[in-house]
Design a protein around this ligand. Sequence first.
Ligand code: FE2
Length: 529
Amino acid sequence: MHAPASLDRRRLLQLAAAGSTSLWLPRGARAQRRWTADPFSLGVASGAPATDSVVLWTRLLAPGAQSLGGEAVAVRWELAHDAQFSRIAQRGESLAHPELAHSVHVEVPGLEPDRWYFYRFIAGDAVSATGRTRTLPQPGAQVRRLRLAYASCQRWEHGYFSAWRHMLAEEPDAVLFLGDYIYEYAGASKAVRTPPGGWADSLEGYRRRYALYKGDAGLQAMHAACPWLLTWDDHEVQNDYAGQAPGYNGGTEPEPPGGFAARRAAAYQAYYEHMPLRAAVLTRAVAGLATGAELRIHDRLRFGSLATLHLLDARQYKDAQVCTAGGRHGSSAVDPALCTAWDDPRRTLLGAAQEAWLDAGLAQPQAAWSVIGQQSLFGQRDFRPGPGRAFWNDGWDGYGAARGRLAASLQRHQVANPVLLGGDVHENWVGHVLADYARPDSAVLGVEFCGTSISSRSAGNAKTAERLAENPHFVFADAERKGYGVVEFTPAALTTTLRVVDDVTRPETRIETLARFSVQAGQRRLERV
Ligand SMILES: [Fe+2]
């Protein structure tokens, strides 16, 4: 029954692999196409940097103009040392295939380490915006400074994406995006704006949703400014989905044609089409083709001797949530005393293969800082004041045994300076990572910064003080303001600045600093500065 789908998938893998390397096309393929609208309307992006290569991305889409139809389009690309493209480092050609939504993913090889480059695409008489990207330093190189901006959760209906325009001025070396790049919803109550097209639940629907989001000028500018390091969360597919299990959208959502497996496969394909990822995320899947669509997005990047980033995928391989209210799919608050499966050690958030991969990575010789970029809040958060407990079952709290295994990994390998970065909760939470959250006096293993959202709503600060008092391993929380964080690493210390906009419901905003923290290397102690 799945024969046509797997044939399609094989073709997709072939196209992705072929598209990632540069071609020299026959002259005829390069016929001068004259565009009546800008085919680079979704901008440019780069990502997956290595010491000697980087991925350049664009997708041809000319709104309101001639359809690109079913034909492949030849796209030239140039990468240069300067913004004027007078000193070209590399150039080549690629074909934008209709099967991959006319996206282009070029993996440029042979670059120098620790360098900034400029790039652009050319199709017919159209030239894209100029992007700027960089390679990583050599693993052993002495790196004095790294600026990482981290962000997550941009719900179109809840606000404008002006935070990206402010992030430009921070001049980060890279953006770490921690999930919920799109939302699949048909709309929202008290919406600031409504995405056209209803629910995103098919390949066409997800493509339209990405195209809508990527039309945002601020988001485009930030993609063009530096490489992005990407992981995803649930809304790139469906609210609260877990591995192969569907999530839940309040019972209002129509059943997608083909069921959840087809929906997930479509969503994953659209994600690949719109992100600067290597073709290897498709072709080197962990579980192989037998399980259908898979994207191996967990990854490890080394910034010389200064930092290693372990970028996790806590959505694709996770076991389903347990004890959700009403016995339905998806998430809810759960009293662990009433849930026999709560501490089941067999339950996994990362999947066995990724868990082993992370443990092996933490066992390797360490950089000064070991950064773990993942989707959600790591530390325990008890919502019920006083005796009794209530935890959200979708995040790490719902996977206590898996959290314990990661903590044990950090201890076993004596990881000196772990820094967890997260998203998902739409609130800023800053805290100490404990060896065992059931024992408040247990060892402090590292620090955690869980970010707010770019635009997605949160409940406000009515209960924030109470929750901080209930969960004293956290030193700061804010459930109101939207924005992003910037971490600056040096060999001696890190400084994290929480940046927030004044009003996300207006297109133009002002930015300010909500709070700033530093951690001295070797100390594992947050200081407010
Ligand atoms: Fe979110």
